[in-house]
Design a protein around this ligand. Structure first.
Ligand SMILES: Cc1ncc(COP(=O)(O)O)c(C=O)c1O
Length: 344
């Protein structure tokens, strides 16, 4: 049994997966009488490719990874849930993550009835290495590290992630939803070094395609095969696969827009820092700023009065008085600052 196989729940190892009709014949030409579809050439009368081969080959080329190391989910949220379902056994295994961080790790853990231990970040949102490694133990079969981290945008130092990968044989998931806004290297470049590394990225942020719900999991081929066994057979629809391919054909435009967003964040940060209502802005390498206001309730409601919606993060760890503000277009950012200036 290889090291990764030991991580998989016995019922998943034993599972005889559903084989979809489109798995047996991979050609696109033919008389398809195998899937009980409507035969007439209506738009979308055929099921999608269950393994999204064309899309994956484009992603493989773009991210310089092997096609066999890619798993696609209905958003990263589906990949998070499938990883928990494949690996964590009720009554035995636990999940480890940081607090605050992306809320779905906790929700997916709860849905699957798996306890999650959350190591608090310090008040500057830095990871406390000693605390983290003293809490980490063998029962933590899955460890979620979000970098840049949501809700503050800080990057988790590479040397800590590397130490973590070397300290455990269990699975370390680095969620890089916001990586394209940062200057950090992707952990995708280190996949071949660590069998226990999973990198998550998404079409929802830099690629500007949140509506098509496609999350990318980069991981050892064995894990891709396990997730393929348990995913719903046609988890990415035909129009969504097509839209994703279209988006990857306009990367030049996307890169320019990401560059614009990165410039806007610097401007917005400077403008916010000049406002008397702002107490503190957390350093961010993502497309949002976590801002502590002197009176966040007043700020939040004034923004709502002007139909500007930001995310109230005041009730989560270390975020007292904080609102999370996504970077908008230049015009939207100017409008935001104009309304904030009016608050006395
Ligand atoms: C860190 C992080 N991971 C994953 C997601 C969800 O990604 P997707 O839209 O691909 O489900 C989000 C969404 O906000 C996020 O902040």
């Amino acid at each position: 049994m290889n090291q990764l196989e030991k991580l998989i729940k016995p019922n998943i190892l034993a599972l005889q997966p559903y084989t979809s009709a489109r798995e047996e014949y991979q050609g696109t030409e033919g008389v398809f009488l195998d899937a009980n579809e409507n035969p007439y050439d209506l738009k979308y009368n055929r099921y999608p490719d269950p393994y999204q081969r064309e899309l994956k080959s484009k992603i493989a080329e773009w991210r310089s990874v092997k096609l066999d190391n890619i798993f696609l989910g209905n958003g990263s949220d589906e990949v998070i849930d499938l990883l928990i379902r494949a690996i964590c056994e009720n009554g035995k295994d636990r999940i480890l993550s940081l607090d605050p961080s992306y809320g779905m790790y906790k929700v997916s853990a709860a849905v699957n009835n798996i306890p999650i231990d959350l190591v608090p970040l310090d008040s500057d949102m830095n990871i406390n290495e000693d605390d983290f490694f003293s809490i980490l133990n063998e029962s933590h079969k899955l460890i979620f590290i979000c970098s840049p981290n949501n809700p503050n945008g800080g990057v988790i130092p590479a040397k800590i992630i590397e130490k973590l990968l070397n300290s455990t044989d269990n699975l370390v998931v680095v969620d890089e939803a916001y990586i394209d806004f940062s200057d950090s290297d992707s952990w995708c470049n280190r996949l071949s070094e660590f069998d226990n590394l999973v990198v998550l990225q998404t079409f929802s942020k830099s690629l500007g395609a949140a509506g098509i719900r496609i999350g990318m999991g980069f991981m050892n081929q064995y894990l891709v095969e396990i997730l393929n066994k348990i995913k719903p057979p046609y988890n990415i629809s035909v129009p969504n696969q097509e839209a994703a391919l279209d988006r990857l054909n306009e990367l030049e435009r996307i890169n320019k827009l990401v560059g614009d967003i990165k410039k806007s964040i610097t401007i917005l940060k400077k403008d916010l820092n000049e406002l008397s209502s702002v107490d503190f802005i957390f350093p961010s390498s993502a497309n949002f700023l976590l801002v502590k206001f002197h009176d966040y309730k007043k700020v939040f409601s004034t923004l709502i009065d002007h139909k500007i919606i930001v995310r109230d993060r005041s009730s989560i760890t270390n975020c007292e008085g904080c609102l999370r503000i996504s970077i908008g277009t230049e015009t939207e950012n100017l409008k935001l600052i104009e309304v904030l200036k009016s608050i006395k």
